[in-house]
Design a protein around this ligand. Structure first.
Ligand SMILES: Cc1cc2nc3c(=O)[nH]c(=O)nc-3n(C[C@H](O)[C@H](O)[C@H](O)COP(=O)(O)OP(=O)(O)OC[C@H]3O[C@@H](n4cnc5c(N)ncnc54)[C@H](O)[C@@H]3O)c2cc1C
Length: 406
């Protein structure tokens, strides 16, 4: 391969999803850094007016601040962001319930519901404008060779990139992680999340609703008008059965499972299902390599934290790399990368295990456990300082936050 076909980058990010693009935009604030993003699939940048994408995320204030600081937030706002001010959670197997109100933490908003395609498109367009970011798409790496100073990455179209740091932001089934020989620990939940966009008879009142059912939680996330995105975690068999129903049958089952909290379900747009598992990598870094987002950790969606943890990974890694760059230290050296790993691994694990604990607590069917959890919900609902603490974690204002999220 001749020298002309090789392009040098400081950082090469594999995966131009929500997390990889956040990292690219955050790193690009140092004009001296050259950044490549390899994305296998052309992202959806345009869509029919009025259509709603099936994949939707609850976004924390911490993530919103990161998006603001890297310049992508105005485009998200322009395409559609629903702010929610309250959250209501209750147990189908008892009378326990808990209600969170943003006013209790002095914030009229507890967070935002945004379509994933809106987030990705805003970040993509922002990255396109940055002179030190190259978006290579469609592009996949084929192999890479390590030397002391860099990695030489061959792409499937014959190009070769030389990079001082490679970042795997390629999702839960990360091929970068696999090629690097980084092991994961975790377990399947034997659950699928059924997602759908629906319109309900009654207004959602800018509230996130979640009812814990026998097979898992059913959440309604508020969108524009009376539309909501539902995330229904259930057994794989029930997920297949729900998706096989016609629209009227699905609408009836959904309204009943939700105890008619928002009245009848009047319209069902797209539907789909996603398998759920908990997964955490044993290492976040190796020499010249780091993992962020779902490539490092996959979490149960019941508290809508997955992408938010990934955005904080991206902001923390950017801060670590930019500090090394400013001090003229090696970006890909282990003493640089370990700082990122120490910063994020413990915080991600804490959140993952808390969500796993909630999932197990609410999945239990033994009468004594049901009684205790209902009593716990009621008690927590009455203790404002405890509720404030929960809310501060949920909005992302607790923990050791990167500067971009402050
Ligand atoms: C049902 C459900 C509901 C959820 N709800 C929420 C929520 O409300 N809030 C929240 O915070 N999180 C939520 N999550 C989690 C969230 O969706 C993920 O955490 C998030 O998508 C991870 O983003 P990512 O960029 O790390 O990975 P991904 O979104 O998986 O993106 C990876 C990117 O890498 C690309 N790629 C993969 N392999 C290659 C390759 N070899 N070469 C080049 N490119 C490659 C892919 O095309 C993709 O664009 C939910 C998850 C599920 C399943």
């Amino acid at each position: 391969m001749s020298e002309q076909q090789i392009t040098d980058y400081d950082v090469t990010i594999v995966g131009g999803g929500m997390v990889g693009l956040t990292l690219a935009c955050a790193l690009a604030r140092a004009p001296g850094l050259r950044i490549a993003v390899l994305e296998a699939n052309q992202p959806e940048l345009d869509w029919a007016e009025g259509s709603i994408g099936l994949r939707v995320s609850a976004i924390t204030h911490a993530s919103r601040k990161v998006f603001e600081q890297i310049g992508a937030w105005p485009a998200m706002l322009a395409e559609g962001v629903t702010s929610y001010s309250q959250m209501h959670v209750w147990d189908a197997a008892g009378s326990g319930e808990i209600h969170f109100d943003g006013a209790d933490i002095g914030n009229p908003s507890l967070g935002y519901i945004i379509e994933n395609r809106v987030i990705q498109a805003a970040l993509w367009r922002q990255a396109q404008q940055l002179p030190n970011v190259d978006l290579l798409c469609p592009a996949r790496w084929q192999q890479w060779q390590e030397s002391q100073q860099c990695l030489s990455v061959s792409l499937d179209d014959g190009r070769v990139l030389r990079t001082r740091l490679m970042v795997g932001a390629d999702g839960a089934r990360s091929a970068v992680r696999e090629r690097a020989g980084i092991q994961t620990k975790g377990w399947g939940y034997d659950q699928h999340a059924v997602m759908a966009i629906v319109r309900t008879e009654r207004s959602h009142q800018a509230t996130c609703w979640q009812r814990f059912l026998e097979h898992g939680p059913l959440a309604f996330l508020p969108m524009h008008d009376n539309y909501s995105c539902i995330v229904w975690s259930t057994s794989p068999e029930q997920a297949v059965e729900l998706l096989a129903l016609d629209e009227a049958g699905f609408a009836a089952r959904l309204a009943q499972a939700f105890d008619y909290k928002l009245g009848a379900v009047l319209e069902v747009l797209e539907r789909g299902k996603f398998p759920l598992r908990l997964q955490h990598t044993l290492d976040y870094v190796k020499p010249r390599l780091a993992l962020i987002g779902d490539a490092a950790h996959a979490i149960h969606p019941l508290a809508g934290q997955g992408v938010n943890l990934g955005v904080l990974d991206a902001a923390a890694l950017a801060e670590t790399v930019l500090a090394a760059h400013a001090a003229e230290r090696d970006l890909g050296a282990m003493h640089t990368l370990r700082k990122y790993e120490r910063w994020r691994k413990g915080q991600n694990l804490t959140m993952m295990l808390s969500m796993d604990g909630f999932k197990r607590l609410f999945g239990a069917t033994q009468a004594p456990v049901i009684a205790v959890r209902n009593a716990g919900l009621k008690a927590t609902n009455q203790v404002l300082p405890l509720k404030r603490l929960f809310m501060e974690y949920a909005v992302g204002s607790r923990g050791d936050l990167p500067q971009l999220a402050n």
